[in-house]
Design a protein around this ligand. Structure first.
Ligand code: GLN
Length: 503
């Protein structure tokens, strides 16, 4: 009997499509190995991700797909491998949060007011990635101007958490598109930004790893500003090693950002696998209020035990001003945002809604262009900066911010790292009334993350296990300023014991 042509090639087609899905499962460091050993090409790897990205449209993680650009970049990577050249991320397909300005590629921060804004320049962080040979698959969804903790505040509609079961869950925010895309293998890794938790909390909700580096580690140049004294870019990845690899490429001094730190960027990967014997891990009493979710508390204890079993020493510490962190953050962040967002006037960027007089143009553009959450923050920010309230709110908040930083300075006299949960809850439903009817409830989710930004410290969130609903929970390791290495060392050790199975 003759086999038809179609059935004859069927096994190969299956083999090919299996190989394609296998490729998207690889971590960045596995992919780099495969590329170097010529097991597959950068074009094959990129095509596999392009397919995965298209198959995953139901998650709404990407707001712009750039497959042609990606394939061009992959081709260059293949040529380089042929020549025996390979840069640190040669041919690695990444997703980019839409808050990074990418030259010639629409960048909107997921706001209507930046509709069709195509930057003339590349942000320093994305340029660093390109210089290292990365491939860009597209731009990732986020809360408008990074204001939010659930990705429900995006002009491009919410992102669906790939861990959702019967009802669609939020991926966390604001870097929800980044977290969902990494969790669903739609990119090998992604960029995020973290002003008050926006890398760590979505990483926790989606069962991936993310690090907010020390303030000043990554340049803010070309990143659409939310709150300039708090914003930091960082990587979101499948595991700890990838976070180390990606951060090394993203980071570095940049004279175009006056707050960029002129410090050498260590090879973070080098410390992975090093012994953590004798490392002092602080556990802050104030992060365990009465009524803390029992499962979160249990995983926190378990993580401490795992680190102790490897020879770390667990030390109780106190961060007494923790209770002021949320109010301080929600004064300082909106204050800076109201100033940063003053530039969107309908004249220079994006959307324009005409009016009879110039004032009308401003009012019409800003009324139509900003979403409700952004308007709320502009109003709060303008209020706390206004004459008569400036001293009572803004100056007071700055003083308490210093006290919060002093708490960490004191704590780090007793320990090398701080261990704490990332979020008091796991992913909730899209449209959850308690979160959306009262903005304060949404803000309360940031209780474990904002202090780190106020103090400018580095912190990594990694998956620690699943709760009783089968949803991921995250654990944070907070380090001293510019000591990401100790974080990576401990996180890698913990990762070996947790053995989290990715989605
Ligand atoms: N959820 C916080 C907020 O809404 C943090 C956002 C962020 O880190 N960009 O401000």
């Amino acid at each position: 009997m003759h086999l038809s042509r179609n059935s004859a090639i069927l096994p190969y087609r299956k083999w090919w499509s299996n190989k394609m899905t296998e490729l998207t499962k690889l971590t960045i460091s596995e992919a780099l190995k495969g590329l170097k050993n010529k097991e597959f090409s950068a074009s094959e790897l990129t095509s596999a991700y392009i397919k995965k990205m298209a198959d995953g449209r139901k998650y709404n993680a990407f707001v712009l797909e750039t497959p042609e650009i990606a394939l061009k970049q992959a081709k260059i990577a293949d040529e380089n491998y042929q020549k025996g050249l390979s840069r640190a991320l040669e041919g690695v397909p990444l997703g980019i949060k839409d808050i990074f300005c990418t030259k010639g590629i629409r960048s909107t921060a997921c706001s209507h007011i930046l509709d069709n804004f195509v930057p003339e320049y590349e942000s320093t962080v994305t340029q660093n990635l390109l210089n290292d040979g990365a491939v860009f698959l597209g731009k990732l969804n986020m809360d408008e101007f990074a204001m939010g903790g659930s990705n429900e505040k995006s002009y491009f509609k919410p992102v669906v958490n790939p861990w959702s079961k019967d009802k669609p869950l939020v991926p966390g925010g604001s870097s929800g598109g980044s977290a969902a895309a990494v969790a669903a293998d739609m990119c090998a890794g992604a960029t995020g930004t973290d002003t008050g938790g926006s890398i760590r909390q979505p990483a926790a909700f989606c069962g991936i790893t993310g690090i907010k580096p020390t303030y000043g580690r990554c340049s803010r140049w070309g990143i659409i500003a939310f709150a300039s004294s708090l914003d930091q870019a960082g990587p979101m990845t499948k595991d700890v090693r990838d976070a180390a690899v990606l951060l090394r490429s993203m980071a570095g001094f940049d004279k175009k950002d006056s707050t960029s730190a002129n410090m050498p960027v260590p090879d973070f990967e080098k410390v992975l696998g090093q012994d953590i014997k004798g490392l002092k891990i602080g556990v802050p009493a104030e992060y365990r209020p009465e009524g803390l979710n029992g499962e979160v508390a249990a995983y926190w204890d378990k993580a401490a035990q795992m680190l102790a079993a490897r020879g770390a020493e667990i030390v109780p510490i106190s961060l007494p001003h923790t209770k002021y962190a949320l109010p301080v953050y929600y004064i300082i962040a909106p204050a800076e945002a109201s100033s940063n967002l003053a530039r969107y006037d309908g004249v220079r960027f994006g959307l324009r809604e005409n009016g009879e007089k110039l004032d009308d143009l401003y009012i019409n553009t800003r009324s139509a262009g900003f979403g409700a959450e952004v308007k709320r923050r502009i109003m709060i920010g303008t209020y706390v900066l206004s004459t008569g309230y400036f001293d009572a709110y803004y100056v007071k908040a700055q003083k308490v911010r210093r006290l919060i930083k002093n708490d960490f300075d004191e704590a780090f006299k007793k320990c090398d790292l701080i261990l704490a949960p990332t979020s008091p809850v796991s992913a909730f439903e899209i449209g959850d009334q308690s979160m959306n009817d009262n903005p304060i409830n949404m803000y309360l989710n940031d209780v474990f993350t904002v202090s780190v930004n106020l103090a400018g410290l580095p912190a990594l969130s990694m998956p620690i296990g699943l709760d009783s609903n089968g949803l991921p929970l995250g654990m944070q390791l907070i380090g001293k300023a510019f000591d990401e290495e100790t974080i990576f060392k401990a996180a890698y050790a913990l990762e070996q014991d947790v053995n989290f199975v990715r989605k």
